[in-house]
Design a protein around this ligand. Sequence first.
Ligand SMILES: [Ca+2]
Length: 100
Amino acid sequence: MRIRLYSVILAALVAITLMFAGIAIAGEGADESFRSMDVNGDQMLDPNEFAQGYEGTSDAQAEFDAADEDMSGTMDATEWAKYQKAHGMEGQGGSGMKSE
Ligand SMILES: [Ca+2]
């Protein structure tokens, strides 16, 4: 009986550990520039966060709206990655691999 209880607790601990590992991996997977712009750490860029990190010359809000493909009012890491790619910013300022 006692052994059975321990194995249940052990299984729960393993599940919790895996859950946190998954969260850590997801965080690491996000682009470094995205994470640095995501001031409040909610894994989304809002227009203010984007404007703060934006270094271009055109209107930041217009750029944000263009990048916000699903018009959700926030930019996720995928939309940010596409935006960077479209603007030749891929891997800039990050730890990405350089080709030669
Ligand atoms: Ca955010």
